[in-house]
Design a protein around this ligand. Sequence first.
Ligand code: UN1
Length: 493
Amino acid sequence: MTTARNFIDGEWVEAGSDGIEMFDPATGELIGTAPRGGKAEIDAAVAAAKAAFPAWSETPAPKRGEILFRAAQIMESRKEELGRLVTREMGKVKVEALGDVQEAIDMAYYIAGEGRRLFGNTTPSELPNKICFTLREPIGVCGLIAPWNFPIAIPSWKSLPALICGNTVVFKPSEETGGCLTAYVECLLEAGVPAGVVNIVNGTGEEAGDALVKHPDVPVISMTGSTETGRIVSKNAADMLKHVHVELGGKNGIIVMDDADLDFAVQAILWSAYGTSGQRCTAGSRIIVHDKVHDALLDKLAKAAAAQTVGHGWDDAVEVGPVVRPSALEKIERYVKIGQEEDGARLVTGGARPDLPSELAGGWYFQPTVFADVTPDMRIAQEEIFGPVTALIRVNDLDEAIRVHNGTRYGLSGAIITRDLAASMKAMRALQTGIVYLHNGTIGAEVHLPFGGMKATGNGHREAGITGIDFYSEQKTVYIDYSGGLQRAQIDT
Ligand code: UN1
């Protein structure tokens, strides 16, 4: 099975004796080591990416698109193998692991077509005999710092728009999922992406990540991770006025109104709160419920949550897999305690490690958990737990629901479940999130639409979709005056 390797200037490099240990979250078993790259490896990878930039950026974009189209086909043919790797390295359940790979396949097919678009704008000039339009130019070497929770999909969101625009890239994957990234890059190479255009340096954020962010030959940084890390990355990149995209935390809310179909709402909540064991930036971690249906919804949700099957992600019957690492499990346990003791909320179901068969005893599992009697300012309603824990908050009307929904520092994904069109429309405009779902939970983003959040979730950029193209290209405005004389804008009217 693929293990984490560095890929620098066309050469694969295995981990040395100082490699970072990697574990299977389902069993706790050691599964390999990732190279511990640092400044030297980053310097070599950036030099390779810089050297590869002229030829790749001059390759016609439609040709770059054809290569990325082949990468989509190769990933499709390796989908099952890549999915297994996702489950093995970060634990998510089979359908979601295959979905993670599918998201990268979708992105590759979508972005391949962009090779024949990469549109700019053409507009009239205010002067006669003059035309104006915009062109896109590649920027250079892009430093891509990728998380473990979508270990194939998110690297594709970052790298494929960068590559179609003619940039070259250096990846710093998370310590847990370097094997997934290795396999993803293998697909790009097999499709024909030239050596040097894509590079991987495994390592810690403090060593490899920091060296990448501070490297003077890396004008673009895209990072997905915590709000705290996002701040550090932004500050360190600011001195060199780099283009920076950060995609950070969330505390996403689902509003359930008094006319909602409660059985449907429960399905949407289970999927949003416990999918990927709650380890999505988009996870539904707050359920904001109208008083009239609160008790009925809580009853149905608690029963359904308790009935979720927890276990090994590759087992077809399992709905909730393990969490990524022991420290994640400890953090979840800490928050359950905070919820009960500090906040005074009511633990309705879950709240502990489940009893599992002995072969899974070494894994990092947590029961799907529901808190009730949560008030908007409690820590469990404000802070990102990144585990299978959701909090019910009772409200009396739509205005209060919207106020509570917007009352966190984050703003990634928001949702409302109601049959009332006017309430849906009002929420659609009022929810302060980059993504809004009407009649659904908070997860399910598609690759050709902008992904990202408001407030402390990000810095205003959006990835994927056409917005990915905007981030990874410089806009050049071109004026052509063929009047034969000097025409002065704003002056010659
Ligand atoms: C993330 O949680 O970081 O909409 C990404 C979704 C997925 C992507 C989530 N398509 O939940």
